[in-house]
Design a protein around this ligand. Structure first.
Ligand SMILES: NC(=O)c1ccc[n+]([C@@H]2O[C@H](COP(=O)([O-])OP(=O)(O)OC[C@H]3O[C@@H](n4cnc5c(N)ncnc54)[C@H](OP(=O)(O)O)[C@@H]3O)[C@@H](O)[C@H]2O)c1
Length: 281
């Protein structure tokens, strides 16, 4: 089994560590292998036959998605146009494609959003961020591959991209319930797809988040109980944060993941407790 992972970022590194154990993995970053260029991909795919390409690259923003407002062109290039070129190169060479993307394209609590629901915090919504618009635009344009909609990932180590580490470092907290993704569960799922030679050629969207999400205050309680906290924590309203872009706050449905893929994720509370203990270790 030959696998190509694109993007040596937070999720890409975890995925590479996991898949190296079960497959032959080429792990690339843009500097050494410019996967945003169609001719570069085409040459590689002619030279080597891959079973899966997993795209873990994307504009996430530093320190946060507000950067997308300052660099709109780059945000669209990395979240919409480059992934569209990658998915079409995979289609052309008949390769399974998995796109790690975001579920931050909905806002509000009137329902748990399914993959069938039209995003209400995406390309056509004025109040949405450039980041969310660019993620939705990819979904609209792609016609090949499985898109995994991840949200607010967290893991077993302190890492600047993990929501647990972010909470630890923030002084001002806002209290919302939001779907999140425990990275070890994401790795389990992708490993299972690959081991089972599951086809990811047909266009498909999948919410990949843990069920029964918690509000921020429940998470900080779990963190405090384990001695992982910030003494400056203060609750504020989102409006007080003076962000450049609005944020998506929502709960995603996990029914498709359970029914179509038979993959039941652990509840978020269980995963958070596990991760917090491991973060302390
Ligand atoms: N972390 C989160 O909070 C979060 C939440 C939901 C969804 N996601 C999605 O999951 C995917 C992977 O995210 P991640 O957390 O692993 O992200 P990451 O560590 O920030 O970035 C992943 C890779 O994307 C490329 N990249 C990111 N920002 C860039 C920039 N400004 N200029 C050039 N290249 C840039 C880099 O690729 P190279 O290594 O090739 O240079 C980087 O290694 C993304 O599509 C992201 O939107 C992340």
């Amino acid at each position: 089994m030959n696998i190509l992972i694109l993007g040596k970022g937070y999720i890409g590194n975890y995925l590479n560590d996991r898949l190296q154990k079960v497959a032959t993995v080429d792990f690339e970053n843009r500097r050494w292998f410019n996967y945003t260029k169609l001719n570069v991909l085409d040459r590689r795919f002619k030279d080597k036959k891959y079973d899966y390409v997993i795209n873990c690259s994307g504009f996430t923003g530093r320190p946060n998605v507000d950067q997308g407002e300052d660099e709109q062109e780059l945000c669209y290039e990395l979240n919409t146009f480059a992934p569209l070129r990658i998915s079409s190169a995979c289609k052309l060479h008949d390769i399974n494609y998995i796109h790690i993307s975001s579920g931050c394209i909905y806002n509000g609590y009137e329902k748990q959003y399914t993959e069938e629901d039209e995003p209400n915090f995406g390309l056509f919504n004025e109040e949405s961020s450039t980041y969310s618009k660019s993620k939705h635009a990819y979904e609209l344009g792609s016609d090949h591959g499985l898109t995994l909609r991840v949200r607010m990932p967290f893991c077993d180590q302190l890492h600047e991209r993990s929501i647990l580490t972010k909470l630890l470092n923030y002084d001002n907290l806002v209290n919302y319930v939001n779907s999140k993704t425990y990275i070890p569960d994401l790795l389990d799922f992708i490993e299972l797809l690959i081991k089972g030679s599951y086809s990811t050629k047909t266009k498909s969207l999948l919410n990949f988040v843990n069920p029964k999400p918690l509000a921020t205050d429940s998470i900080t309680e779990i963190m405090k109980a384990q001695g992982l906290y910030n003494t400056n924590w203060e609750w504020v309203l989102f409006e007080e944060l003076n962000t450049k872009a609005n944020r998506s706050n929502c709960v995603l449905s996990t029914k498709k993941l359970e029914k179509e893929y038979g993959f039941k994720l652990q509840d978020e509370e269980v995963a958070i407790k596990k991760a917090v203990v491991n973060n302390m270790g």
